[in-house]
Design a protein around this ligand. Structure first.
Ligand code: NAP
Length: 333
């Protein structure tokens, strides 16, 4: 008898704000293991903003996905059966096994994890995509100094909260934006930012002018849109931006649009550097021990919001876009 799995599939065309109702859970038979394959039972599934982009139907780094398609994505799981000498039953692994509770995956596409003293879910966040991205953005791209002020948007999100703290460790003054008073209190009171603004209730331009009367030095952009425009207006001449993401644009089919204040780049001689975690390849592996050491030493705060069960993966994903969650959103299966 074949092995069974539950998977998350696209149920209908996703238009505007993504919702849990855009997806459905379906049971399916798994293919028999070929030589080199393993059967993985997922323990944790990651939901990430970039997964919205293929749902727009526009080609980008990921090909568009349509109705009936299974959602891909990173997961941490346990090997249940193995037909590969690389992995044995009981090994903890990470890979792109998707939004599902079980999957047949090539062992070559999986990374065996060391879970000695490390929470397995951290590999989907601080010791995975979020950590690599924040580290690259701060240490390789923006490199804020102790004499500078860095502004981080979605500062209470997974990447933002790490970027903000890494910049603080470099001695920079760090200010951030987030979508609720509760998030702003957490950022200043516990994470250690110098100031935070609730962009939903306060004017961002007024906040940046107040906090940076001589102009903003640098900006870590997670949200694009009107926030990027406000930062472009606030930056000082020769200021710099690390473009990480454009969260505020992902629910729009035209998510690839640029800022309307782009001309300020010429007027102020700004430097804008786009980057993505994939660009850092093998170098990224070197970032992770530093992040793990900072975490163990209590120099970094890492917060996860955990949804439970495969049926709640779509709602966990929707929570990225309505701002319900603080830090990294994970689903435990
Ligand atoms: P995240 O910031 O944790 O995303 C969730 C948060 O985004 C929400 O809690 C919400 O917080 C905020 N948000 C949602 N809609 C918004 C809107 N319209 N305007 C402003 N904020 C909004 O996600 P993440 O994983 O850390 O990723 C952050 C950004 O980095 C995303 O743009 C993502 O695509 C990008 N990223 C890039 C790379 C790369 O390699 N370049 C890798 C990972 C992530 P509020 O309550 O503050 O609104």
């Amino acid at each position: 008898m074949s092995e069974r799995a539950n998977v998350v599939r696209v149920k209908r065309k996703v238009e505007g704000a993504v919702s849990a109702a855009d997806f459905e859970i379906a049971a399916k038979d798994l293919a028999p293991l070929a030589d080199g394959d393993v059967l993985v039972r997922n323990l944790f599934v990651s939901v990430d903003p970039y997964m919205r982009l293929p749902l727009t139907g526009r080609a980008g780094v990921k090909a568009p996905i349509g109705i009936g398609s299974e959602m891909s994505g990173a997961a941490v799981g346990i090997v249940e059966q193995s037909r590969s000498p690389r992995l044995a039953a009981g090994d903890t692994v990470m890979g792109q096994s998707g939004w599902c509770d079980r999957a047949v995956v090539s062992a070559a596409a999986l990374q065996k994890l060391n879970v000695d003293g490390i929470e397995p879910s951290w590999y989907l966040g601080i010791l995975g995509l979020s950590g690599i991205t924040a580290y690259a953005g701060i240490e390789e791209v923006i490199q804020p100094t102790a004499l500078e002020t860095l502004f981080v948007s979605s500062a209470a999100g997974a990447v933002g909260v790490l970027a903000a703290q890494l910049a603080k460790l470099r001695g920079a003054r760090v200010i951030g934006s987030a979508g609720s008073d509760e998030k702003c209190r957490w950022l200043v009171g516990e994470v250690g930012l110098d100031a935070a603004v609730n962009y939903r209730s306060e004017d961002l331009g007024a906040f940046l002018a107040r906090e940076c009367p001589n102009g903003l030095d640098c900006y870590f952009d997670n949200v694009g849109g009107t926030t990027l425009d406000a930062a472009l207006r606030a930056l000082r001449p020769r200021g710099r931006i690390g473009l990480c993401g454009a969260m505020s644009q992902y629910n729009d089919d035209n998510y690839r649009a640029g800022p309307s204040e782009f001309f300020t780049v010429i007027e102020k001689g700004l430097t804008i550097t786009g980057f993505n975690a994939g660009m850092y390849g093998a170098k990224a592996a070197a970032f992770l021990p530093t992040l793990a050491a900072h975490l163990k030493a209590g120099k970094l705060i890492w917060h996860e919001v955990t949804f439970e069960g495969i049926a709640n993966v779509p709602d966990a994903f929707a929570s990225l876009f309505d701002g319900r969650s603080i830090g990294k959103v994970i689903v435990r299966l």
